[in-house]
Design a protein around this ligand. Structure first.
Ligand SMILES: [Zn+2]
Length: 350
């Protein structure tokens, strides 16, 4: 596997070595026999923190041996169900998520949108398994049957890396995952994932710099507009669309008596992206009351919803342009709308 070597609490009763704490991405594997040890949980939380996903999701034979496990000890742990042999030379525990095990079976680690989804980042997932694989990997296997070769028509997307950032065992780093996703996702959906990663603290402003080095020029331009204030991926997509159309857009604006709305375009058009993470939602009585108050303030309220935003962004674009063009309080509204229509045609969203 790639990246940092693992440190494990082995079956030989070894105490964790303090020197190993300095390693970048240690794994701590706790077997049932050691789960009750009082020194282990504090070591785990200090080393890995609670947010480190998959800290125990993939240990190689080398890792286990380096931590003092014997071949017999490994075999015993497999027999007892403490270790799961996922692929030759790779072990997981019962806590390892199925998606990670499938990626390990293929011969890599969970990557791209699959890893982002695992981390709780908003992502428009295509349902495929996205796997990061090292450039030298030749023995690709079936994700559900490690003994069979990878079929040609597999629903697996491979992302080859000669040099991958160190990540938790079994998982791509968030920078690698987002960089790969820039090639798998439509660009507005990708910005939505970056917004979400920032908002959730998976990506810091400092690591955005690392991400910039890993993506193409178009994605680098898109990174200029990322915004951690976005409360949903749908909101992010509409914000990027409005910006693409040359319209002024502000996220998370508060109106007295109404509260915060998702977006305000050209000061007079309110957009509520509306939708749960991955489906449309019906309007609540509260939504209707908010809309009535906003309309009384001369705002036009748009609620495009999940299906339209995801499946027909051109319709959302036309809706925005018409709303701006028709609002009598928007200065130079006709001019703005005409310019937006030209931009829409250039972007291929007529
Ligand atoms: Zn991908």
């Amino acid at each position: 596997m790639f990246g940092g070597r693992a440190t494990l609490c082995g079956d030989q009763g070894m105490a964790p070595k303090l020197a190993s704490l300095a390693r970048p991405h240690p794994i701590l594997l706790i077997t049932e026999h050691h789960a009750g040890r009082t020194d282990v949980p504090s070591w785990e939380s200090r080393t890995l923190g609670h947010r480190d996903p998959g800290s125990m999701d993939d240990a190689t034979t080398h890792d286990l041996r380096a931590a003092g496990w014997t071949r017999r000890g490994i075999a015993r742990a497999v027999d007892a169900g403490d270790l799961i042999r996922v692929r030759r030379g790779h072990y997981a525990t019962a806590r390892t998520p199925e998606a990670v095990m499938r990626a390990i079976r293929v011969g890599g680690r969970l990557g791209c949108v699959s890893e982002l989804r695992y981390r709780g980042v908003w992502v428009l997932d295509d349902g495929a398994l996205h796997v990061q694989v090292a450039g030298h990997t030749s023995d690709l296997r079936h994700p559900d049957a490690g003994t069979a070769p990878m079929p040609a028509d597999s629903e697996v997307r491979l992302h080859w890396h000669d040099e991958a950032e160190p990540g938790p065992a079994g998982h791509a780093s968030v920078v690698d995952a987002l960089a790969d996703a820039s090639r798998c996702l439509e660009r507005r959906a990708w910005v939505a994932s970056v917004d979400s990663a920032l908002r959730r603290g998976e990506l810091s402003r400092a690591t955005v710099h690392a991400l910039r080095q890993r993506v193409n020029a178009a994605a680098r331009r898109d990174l200029e507009g990322v915004d951690a204030r976005a409360e949903s991926g749908l909101e992010s997509i509409v914000r990027v669309l409005a910006t693409d159309l040359g319209l002024r857009v502000r996220p998370q604006v508060t109106f007295r008596g109404v509260g915060r709305v998702d977006l305000v375009v050209e000061d007079w058009i309110v957009v509520e992206a509306d939708g749960a993470a991955f489906h449309d939602v019906s309007m609540s009585a509260t939504d209707r009351r908010r809309d009535a108050m906003l309309t009384a303030m001369n705002r036009t309220v748009l609620r495009p919803g999940y299906s339209l935003i995801v499946s027909d962004v051109a319709a959302v674009g036309r809706q925005l342009i018409a709303a701006v063009g028709n609002h009598r309080r928007v200065p130079r509204s006709g001019e703005l709308a005409a310019r937006a229509r030209i931009r829409a045609r250039r972007l291929g969203i007529p």
